[in-house]
Design a protein around this ligand. Sequence first.
Ligand SMILES: C[S@@+](CC[C@H](N)C(=O)[O-])C[C@H]1O[C@@H](n2cnc3c(N)ncnc32)[C@H](O)[C@@H]1O
Length: 347
Amino acid sequence: MDFTLLQRGRALLDFEVTARKSVTRLHQQAEAQLATVGLTADTLPDDMEARHHVIDAALAESPVFQARALLGEWCAKQHGRAAQQAFDEIAHDLEPELARLAEGGTTIVEHEFTAPRYWSEIWFHRTHGGWDAGPYNGFVHGELVHKKYVSQVFPGDIYGNRRLVLRELPRQDYRDILEVGTSSGHHTVAIAEIFPDAAITGIDPSIRMLEQARRVANEKGLGWNLHTGIGEDMPMFADASFDLVTAYAIHHEMPPKAIAATFREAFRVLRPGGDMIMADVVRTGDLDKMAAWRMDYAAKWGGEPFWRATAALDMEPMAREAGFVDVRGYAPQPGRDPYVIYGRKPA
Ligand SMILES: C[S@@+](CC[C@H](N)C(=O)[O-])C[C@H]1O[C@@H](n2cnc3c(N)ncnc32)[C@H](O)[C@@H]1O
């Protein structure tokens, strides 16, 4: 969307990005200090919690590590607030446009559903209020947190990665595509770009995020069918309704049982011969022990309570258990995000 932040809002977000990049540099220095006391990827303990203890003890007196922890804590808690404050400054001018973009070819159907406690009772990413906080949280998350902070501080092209995953698919002729965990529409935009002739349906428990996805689609003149609900229980979709089910960056927001249930539901709503492709964070098992600790540290202090469990999961057996064949779990860019899980429903 086209909008201009005021100077204070721009400065707040620029400061967050600069501060987070400084965290990365401090972290690199802390890891160099670990090497001087003989702690390396080869010597760290296998168990992740034990790894944290050993490293915390080794760096207890390190001003660099203390600065990393302090500044990291600031960024984790403050980036959402900075985005909200930047939005508040322009909210009055933006509201008519946000309201206008609610109208168009994209619809939201709100269903009765019981939000899982892992979603409604835990505020993700150190936010205040979770995904549905505030009437414009979808815009704040999608346009400000994601595009002006996350995309600047995460390595690689986080939007290109979504297209990369979809290009891995074996077919071009999908007619009905379901995206689980649509959120503010970043993966959905990639789906629309790669499969322009397909009908796109999305589901997410967050109405605020879906409202932003609707604005994004309406602005592009697209007609998506959006629904509130959860991937592990999608009664609004009949058996065999889609020929592709996809998701990006939702597994690390869920406990493993919910991922297994989502695979089962994906299988049910797929037509025979249909494909599932989902992608999430790199597997800790594919990283060396230092890199895995680095990711786990950021997740632990960044408000990601399910990251460790899901990043350690081998999803291939889970997908086979749901009924999928030709299952493959792999990283298109070894050692980096994303990890892809693919499966096909037998014809
Ligand atoms: C990190 S966002 C990722 C979104 C998006 N797919 C993208 O590419 O940016 C995670 C989204 O997953 C949603 N979510 C969490 N639990 C879910 C569930 N059980 N079923 C469907 N979506 C879920 C959240 O509401 C949130 O909008």
